[in-house]
Design a protein around this ligand. Structure first.
Ligand code: NAD
Length: 226
C-alpha cells in the first residue's frame, strides 16, 4: 500500500492542493518546503509548519485509516508506505508504517540531521537544538532532498515483492514515491488505484476505484473479511 495526502483529507488535513486555497494561498508548497526556503527565511517556514502541526494535532484518524489498520492482520504480508507526515496511520493502529517523507511532529537538527530535543532558552524565538544550539527543522523530506535510506530501501523491497500494489489518495506526481507503483508493476504486481480523480498512474492501473478513501476502504475491508 502507498498512501498520500488524500487519505487524510477526510480528517481535515489539507492536501497540498487544498493548502493552496487556505491561509497560505499566496505560496506554493514547493516554495516553502525546500532547504533553500528554510535557509533564506526560517521564521516563515516555521510559521507554515506550526500552522500545519496544529491542524495535525487537532485531526483524528478517519474510517480509511482505521480500515487499513484492521486490514493489516488479515493479510499474510502487508506493508504500508505513506507519503504523509501526519502520523494518522499509527494513531489508527497501523504498525511498522514506513514514513517515506518523515513526520511533521518531530524536530531534527538542521546541521547534524539527528532527531533532537529543543533548547529551552532559544534567543531567536526559533527552536534550537539542545545539543549544538543550531536551528531545528521539521523532520520531513523537502523537495530536492533524499528519502531516508531505510525507508527508501524497505519501500523498494516491498514494491518488488508484492502481488498487489494499492495506491491510495496520491496524485502520483512526486518521485521517487510515484515510481514505487511502476516498480511493482515491472515486478509483476497488479496495481489498484483508489482516488476520486484520475492521475498519471490511472493508465497503468489494473483496477481503478473512484471515490473517497473513507468510504471505499471500509468496503474493501468488509470484502476481505467475507
Ligand atoms: P497531493 O495533494 O498532491 O494529492 C492528493 C490526492 O488525493 C489527489 O490525487 C486527490 O484527488 C486525492 N484525494 C483527495 N481527497 C481524497 C479522498 N477523500 N480519498 C482518496 N483520495 C483523495 O498529495 P500527495 O500525492 O500525497 O503528494 C504530495 C506530498 O504532499 C506528499 O509528499 C506528502 O508528503 C505531502 N503532504 C502530506 C500531507 C499529510 O501528511 N497529510 C498533507 C499535504 C501534503
Amino acid at each position: 500500500m502507498l498512501t498520500g495526502a488524500g487519505i487524510s483529507a477526510e480528517s481535515g488535513v489539507p492536501t497540498f492542493r487544498d493548502a493552496q486555497t487556505g491561509l497560505w494561498a499566496r505560496y506554493r508548497p514547493e516554495d516553502l518546503a525546500t532547504p533553500e526556503a528554510f535557509a533564506a527565511d526560517p521564521r516563515r517556514i516555521w510559521e507554515w509548519y506550526q500552522w500545519r502541526r496544529e491542524l495535525v494535532h487537532e485531526a483524528q484518524p478517519n474510517a480509511g485509516h482505521r480500515a487499513l489498520a484492521e486490514l493489516q492482520p488479515l493479510l499474510p504480508q502487508f506493508t504500508l508506505v505513506t507519503q504523509n507526515v501526519d502520523g494518522l496511520h499509527q494513531r489508527a493502529g497501523s504498525i511498522d508504517v514506513i514514513e517515506y517523507h518523515g513526520n511533521i511532529l518531530r524536530d531534527r537538527c538542521s546541521v547534524e540531521g539527528i532527531v533532537a530535543g529543543r533548547s529551552p532558552l532559544s534567543v531567536t524565538g526559533l527552536p534550537e537544538c539542545v545539543r549544538c544550539g543550531e536551528l531545528l527543522r521539521p523532520d520531513v523530506v523537502w523537495f530536492g532532498e533524499p528519502i531516508p535510506p531505510h525507508a527508501l530501501h524497505q519501500a523498494a523491497q516491498a514494491a518488488a515483492d508484492c502481488d498487489v500494489f494499492l495506491s491510495i489518495g496520491t496524485a502520483s506526481l512526486v518521485y521517487p514515491a510515484a515510481g514505487l507503483a511502476e516498480h511493482a508493476r515491472r515486478s509483476g504486481a497488479r496495481i489498484i488505484e483508489l482516488n476520486p480523480q484520475p492521475t498519471p498512474l490511472s493508465a497503468l492501473a489494473d483496477i481503478t476505484l473512484r471515490g473517497q478513501a473513507g468510504d471505499l476502504l471500509p468496503r474493501l475491508l468488509q470484502a476481505v473479511r467475507r
